[in-house]
Design a protein around this ligand. Sequence first.
Ligand code: V1P
Ligand code: CA
Ligand code: ZN
Length: 379
Amino acid sequence: TKDDVIGRKRNIMYFHNENVAAFHYGPHHPMKPFRLAVTHSLILHYNLQHYFTMVEPPPATYEEIIAFHDTDYIEELMAGKWRVVPDEDAVDGTADDVPLFDGVYDYCTYYTGSTIQAAKALNCKWADIVINWSGGLHHAKKAQASGFCYVNDIVIGILELLKHNQRVLYIDIDIHHGDGVQDAFYFTSRVMTASFHHYHEKFFPGTGIVKEKGRSDGKHYSLNFPLREGITDESYAYVFKPIVRSLVKFYDPNVIVLQCGADSLGSDKLGKFNLSFNGHGECIRFVKSLNRPLMILGGGGYRLRNVARCWTNETAIIVGQDDVISDIIPEIDPYRKCFAPEHYKLRPELPHRFRDANTREFLDYLIGVAEERMRKIEH
Ligand code: V1P
Ligand code: CA
Ligand code: ZN
């Protein structure tokens, strides 16, 4: 089988608490938790559950959440009220992106509970690969919600992994900078963070330049790859593969956490890249082929039908069924109508909306940065 060719058979666990999909950020908000119900349904209708152990994990507890977050901040979230900040503009900017919708704290406990249980399954060696598509909310800070994220399940999950693992490598392919995870581990060498993202001063969150490289014990353990708009499958693989290969070779992580935000796909509502389902999925395939214990998380993704397609295809890649399953969405899936515009295909071609502004010279410069940084790390 293909598993024997690229590595030994991996034990896979899939974490899903269906309560997470019933929350609403509000009528005009791009983040739609319902995408998680559509994704889960599509995974089931492709019968991929035969290849993994499905777990419905409990919600995260208050104690688990304050392993990272400030208690005062979490009290506000539980009460559904942000503290009054004198700067009115800041309040408005925050309120639009992170509205206090009904049940917002409960919502956080569901996606975070799944990430925590996924981390525990890796720690106990019950699984080699764990999946939580509801997780990956990489912008949340210790005492502040940001960019659709309130509780940082990734940071909490990595803290759990650090109880049993000396070194964790975090890789983030969401189109936005993984600032919340980078900030949380900026001063330690036990977590290396690598974010690939679109960078532009006007593009959220406006951080993630190459010069942000970590401080004190963490110096050289934060890596940023600020990409220009319109990047294609070829250009993305050209930087991603050699960089990730050398991070794994030199950092030698005990476990890898991969945030798979689907907003780096072409035609995303917020994104500016041209990745196809294949190009995005190739990153997941490549990281899997490195044969380390692996946690797969979701993240952004704002064209609902493409998020479900992307993460279903990537679940199939993880279980080694991507070249076996049909490219036509199963007729029995109750959400099939969501996929009508592209003739019910699982991996339709996506329109290229942006010219690729990433020159070969620029991509070679980014690869050089990673190589130079790897020469500086030791452990
Ligand atoms: O651009 C901003 C804020 C508003 N300015 C004051 C700065 N916010 C973005 C937030 C994007 C968050 C991405 C989250 C993730 O990385 C992880 C889950 O994918 C934003 C955008 C935008 N086009 O970038 N907010 C909104 N659009 C928005 C639109 C309508 C209603 C509410 C928010
Ligand atoms: Ca990213
Ligand atoms: Zn994003």
